[in-house]
Design a protein around this ligand. Sequence first.
Ligand code: ZN
Ligand code: ZN
Length: 148
Amino acid sequence: MDRDSQVSPADPARERIRAAGLRATAARIAVLRELIAGASPLSHAEVAEKLASTGFDRVTVYRNLMELADAGIANRVDFGDHTWRFEVTIAGSKEHVSDHPHFVCVDCGEVSCLPGVSVSVTDPKETKSSGVGQITEVLLKGHCGNCT
Ligand SMILES: [Zn+2]
Ligand SMILES: [Zn+2]
């Protein structure tokens, strides 16, 4: 049986991987599907847990997350807790830049995406002494709805 024929050609995970010039392996597709389905950036541990029942081990998941990040399909962000989290980048963008700010709860550590929220930052080029090169991530901290 031809395994490819079972997969819809409109599978967005498969299309993103192929568009980036990578081979659409089962592991890559499974990992990227979790990132696409995730409502917020997912850590390696979270993705590995979601895929535990599929038989992909933690090392395989980690390697594929890194490959997706290197290919610009996933954005790798560290919110200050020394844990890499991964989320899908905007299709067609080669920049490793999030298109939305994130919110992290200082009490429980829950991370949320804030799509549609814009934060205005003065262009770093205009503040010459700031030492800021390129801002790639906007992170807001506070108390989430469960912790207030
Ligand atoms: Zn919280
Ligand atoms: Zn996000």
